[in-house]
Design a binder for this molecule. Sequence first.
Ligand code: NAD
Ligand code: ZN
Ligand code: ZN
Length: 345
Amino acid sequence: MRALQITAPGTIEVRDVPVPEIAPDEVLVRVAGAGLCHSDLHVLHLPEWPVPNMTLGHETAGHVAALGANVTGFTEGDPVLVYLVWACGVCRQCVEGRDNVCATTGGRLGLPPCPGLGPDGGMAEYIKVNARFLEPIGDLDPVRAAPLADAGLTPMHAVNGARHRLNPGATAVVIGVGGLGHVGLQILAATTGARVIAVDTSEQKLELAREHGADLVLRSDADTARRILDETSGYGVDAVFDFVGVQPTVDLATQIVAPDGALRFVGLGGGRFSYNADGETTPLPWGVDVRRSYGGTRADQRQVIDLAKQGKISIDVRTYPLADGPRAFADLEAGIVPGRAVLVP
Ligand code: NAD
Ligand code: ZN
Ligand code: ZN
């Protein structure tokens, strides 16, 4: 079969590889679509990648093609989404429903295994998955549903973790209306009472934000913090979701958050933020809580699938044939993919 693999730091290739062989507890999924996340670009640009010839793709949906001997509950042809977080399922954190911070498979600073970031991912004709990590998607189009595994899951988790600040009357800011951000703002619009302000550097992305229900869209520049503070009489906003994480957005997030506000860092753009534990020089208002938000739990995954089934959120998808994967990577890097790029084998 064909698979898009990282073969050396900075190098991706579409290669011929064997169809995976499944163990008794695994399912072979015929891939319908595999989303391309900005994290794939971060991985590509790492100076070293420890897994030789790894198939990328951590947002995958498709149809069950074959079942291991011990698998029950699925039949051939079932449409499924591959859940991102391959956690142990039995540690205290998993049992508490916090499987995205699994103690056994992630540990303190790591994260549980993800397909396409260790085990082979979905940018291929087939992927093998332990049956525990499959979510049925019913009538959803698997090509459009694939990004629910991360571009849906991760904002769902970030919003759920700030829901106590998102009452009617509140204001939320989404920074970065890319793959994650354009879903995040729809989740905010569909499930909270907050007014939503969207910020991006690209006019094309701001147009997308308008289409998806942002109440106000602002171009990201040196004046954005003042504009947002003006919108709240100088007090600041109740929740900030930074889906970029570069220095200008980390600075913006800390400059606009209100007292008791929720600061949610999702993007991994390398920006820095320091906390001064004193009464004079800290840039943060009292009561702000900061979360380094990772992925999402199994409950977040179910919820975002259900929002899509109800038609309350939809992912803008630009499809590319798997063979054109390198072009999709280049387009994402150039910032010209509206919504999510999805590779179709
Ligand atoms: P994307 O490329 O689809 O979107 C990024 C968006 O940010 C684009 O719309 C771009 O125009 C915008 N942008 C760039 N610079 C900006 C600036 N200075 N101000 C405002 N907007 C700006 O990326 P994505 O796939 O949505 O991923 C976003 C980030 O989240 C990446 O860093 C990715 O690695 C990270 N990520 C984190 C998690 C997690 O669990 N924490 C999960 C998935 C992705
Ligand atoms: Zn991702
Ligand atoms: Zn666990």
